[in-house]
Design a protein around this ligand. Structure first.
Ligand SMILES: [Zn+2]
Ligand SMILES: [Zn+2]
Length: 213
């Protein structure tokens, strides 16, 4: 069986928000509700999903602008790697810098640990801590599904990598994370990045102009 995935871009920066769910139990995990809470909630309700957790690839505001509203409406717990708390806590400053509207502050309920799993029905999402774009950047890989899928946040893009010139960014760390963690995954793994089109691990290993395998 395959886990179902709905991915759609939200907000000014077109952050890819994803809802992954088990088609039988309707249990779901929400990844990066960056903006447009109403759109996100509509999709959740249309499918009749029960959101078990809201997880974040990192704490740039374009990835968590709608977290407060969606967590209030769904009662789902909010998760972030602790190394991104300094960014999470300056949401208002980020709004000013990025030209985004200020949003109500969401509380983080739990810190994400490396290798931690988030279960939804028959499936789970496994966290892979990949510092570099930010200190707490984390990717999530679907387990037990017939399809191999990775949510890479702003760490790995199609033929690109995340910028490292923002607070807690580190160009050596991002290279290490991609080479030693993401490029070690099965080459057929489909990658859904934080922005822009999907890619495949094998293609990036061969063709990514920034980080060579
Ligand atoms: Zn980012
Ligand atoms: Zn982003």
């Amino acid at each position: 069986m395959k886990a179902k995935v709905i991915t759609f871009p939200v907000g000014l920066y077109q952050c890819n928000c994803s809802i992954v769910y088990c088609p039988e139990s309707k249990e779901a995990i929400l990844i990066d509700p960056g903006s447009e809470a109403e759109t996100i909630l509509k999709k959740i309700n249309y499918q009749g999903l029960k959101i078990k957790a809201i997880i974040h690839t990192h704490a740039h505001l374009d990835h968590f602008g709608a977290t407060h509203e969606v967590s209030e409406s769904t009662d789902a717990s909010v998760h972030l790697h602790k190394d991104d708390m300094p960014l999470w806590n300056i949401a208002d400053l980020q709004a000013e810098m990025l030209g985004l509207p200020k949003c109500p502050h969401a509380n983080v309920d739990h810190f994400i640990e490396d290798s931690q799993s988030f279960e939804f029905g028959e499936f789970k999402l496994e966290a892979i801590h990949t510092p570099g774009h930010s200190a707490g950047s984390t990717c999530f890989k679907i387990e037990n599904s017939d399809e191999q899928l990775l949510f890479s946040g702003d760490t790995l893009f199609r033929r690109g990598v995340g910028r490292t010139d923002l607070p807690s960014g580190d160009s050596r760390e991002i290279a290490k994370s991609i080479k030693e963690k993401l490029y070690k995954l099965d080459i057929d793994t489909t990658v859904i990045p934080g922005h822009g089109p999907n890619t495949v691990i094998g293609e990036e290993k061969r063709q990514n102009p920034y980080i060579k395998a």
